[in-house]
Design a protein around this ligand. Sequence first.
Ligand code: GDG
Length: 735
Amino acid sequence: MSKTIIISNRLPVQLRINDDGLTAVPSVGGLATGMKSVHQGKESLWIGWSGLTDENTPPELEKDIDKALAKLQCVKVTLKAEEIDKYYFGFSNRTIWPLFHYFMEYTEFELDFWKSYEAVNQKFADAILANADEKDTIWIHDYQLMLVPQMVRKEWPEATIGFFLHIPFPSYEIFRTMPWREDVLRGLLGADLIGFHTYDYERHFLSSVRRLLNLEVSFNDIFLENRVIKVDSFPMGIDYNKFEQAAQKNAENTEDNKSDFQKRLDEHKKSAPDTKLILSIDRLDYSKGIAKRLNAFEYFLNKYPQYKEKVRLIILAVPSRSNVPQYQLLKKEIDELVGRLNGEFSTVNWTPIWYFYRSMPFENLIDLYTTCDIAWLTPLRDGMNLVAKEYIATRTDKTGVLILSEMAGSAYEMNEALLINPNNFEEQANTLKEAIEMPKVKQMARIMFLQHRLKRYTVETWANEFMNSLKAKKESPSTVVSQKLSDAILGDIVKEYKGAEKKLLFLDYDGTLVDFHKDPQQASPDKKLYELLDAIHNQENTTLFLISGRDKDTFTKWFLPKKYNMIVEHGVWISRDGEAFKMMEQVKGDWMVKIRPVLESFVDRTPGSFIEEKNYSLAWHYRNTDPDFGEKRAVELNDTLTGLIGNDDISVLAGNKVMEIKSSNVNKGRAAVRILGEDEYDFVFAIGDDWTDEFMFQELPDEAISVKVGLKKTSAKYYVEGTKRVREVLNTFTT
Ligand code: GDG
């Protein structure tokens, strides 16, 4: 039976070695907390780092560790201290983390870190290859492992691989500053499904893929050679019942079984019943905006001094990545800020801030959530922020107010919270006031809305939705109607070809026989291509036609000496056996004077675009423009031209990054059918990559073999991945 394999940097347990031997401590953090419920069934395995470096693992305990982990359905990836230093504290937390959270000033681009990131990602991929099976469903998590999908795909082309990013994906403008940006994108594209918390992260990712890899993207599908990769957003939920039940239990606790911490909180409440408790819980991380929050609190106390002694801010900052210099500085900054504010505002009866720099047991976390009147969460950037959701789930009496930064992914789903911009102190001070004064009925209305949503979309729903989407993706791999031209199918076609008495081949040029080039004039035929075309052209009973939208002068220069048959400008001109081009269709070109200035104005306003002038058509190329901008301009041009050409006998054709304006009665389909009618062919083959070739695929008889280059919507019977495969296919005709 196939299994579910979860892969994350850290296993959901931390192993510690002490005098009594081994202990397993659950890890703190969004991911570990969230995925626990997924990793319960028997058919599941979690692969990750155990938390112990090789240097800290006594060899005699190695077996015990593996056994302890196996009991929890875990397998460890072993890492050396140096790897943790460079891959984890280095590339993951000094490059990716700050960059993806828009902290460019903290981002370090170190080749050494990158090399280690690559090597460790390979270790994780190897662990998957060693412990899983190609039929398993593999779910890889987070920013530390972005290269793993492609590394596994390389070995297991048919594997089902999902990837989820728990942190934001930044805008292209930020992402493109990274020296290894293409490698990271390619690494991720090894997955079948790539998930993000919000649509914004998804949109940023797709934009980077289009701009940096020049791949075709249609809605949320990325077309990559023979694969379609789906990108989608899945906002992560929480284990709602766990938090709700813990809160209910907490409310039922008698004085005797209350925690000491709860007793202290109760004492405080009793001694100052009008004082509101404001809570914030985060890992001590600069992205969480703790220092800014303290500044905003100071601003609030100065703006609304009537609340002095009437509010108390409880800050729980969980130690995190204390090996990274930025985190050490931040710790110092926060310590000093808390000290200064408490020094400045404290009175005999009141300390405005209670500050805990530690991790608390779950029970105390619930004490805090249930006791505090307001949760104030102000991340400057946060992938999701589960604390916001947990606070709401524990408010079983329906009171409480959540103030949440709009920069947190969870803000998209939590509209009933008081949403703030963490950089706007004025707004924060006013919102704190609003929260403190909010009547209970209003609090309840908001909390009930939020609870209703969180209860429905729990972490389990999140995981199931991701898994179902991944499986569905695998079962119906693409929206494309044609079939892949496999070796088996090719074998049958070659047999047919060899047995045929009269063969006719139509070969498109750009994007089919050669790859696109920034400058079309540079995409000239290479020696190998001439050899291949010669071989087909010289075969007995074989008529080869190059059929292209190109101008006749270029093809005259490249192919006339070879005496190949050619149709150019989509069917305006024809040349056979080395004769000069003749007109195939009677077309007019008088409209060109009218249209040219329109195209020129588009060139002026669209950097990177240019006009190609042929005898009877004009083409506006936008391959070298910004892809989004180019598409937008192409739509605009289409609209403008449609209005202009009216009933004239010309039409606009959208090719591959080109808009072509030409006579309506000319197209490759019409040209191909004319040739076909000249003789009795018993084998007809047509291959091409873009829209203009679709005319051919549609017009040719049913028995014809039509092949589309690239995985796109098509009327062709088959598709091949790219120009390399086209040449392989054509080579089989000649051997
Ligand atoms: C990353 C992304 C995204 C915190 N302190 C204690 C404690 N916690 C638990 C909370 C919560 C989790 O840790 C923190 O989750 P967050 O989502 O708030 O933040 P990150 O750790 O930064 O997580 C984040 C998340 O991944 C999931 O995709 O939401 O944006 O940055 O569950 O309850 N738990 C205990 N004691 C503590 O002192 N027991």
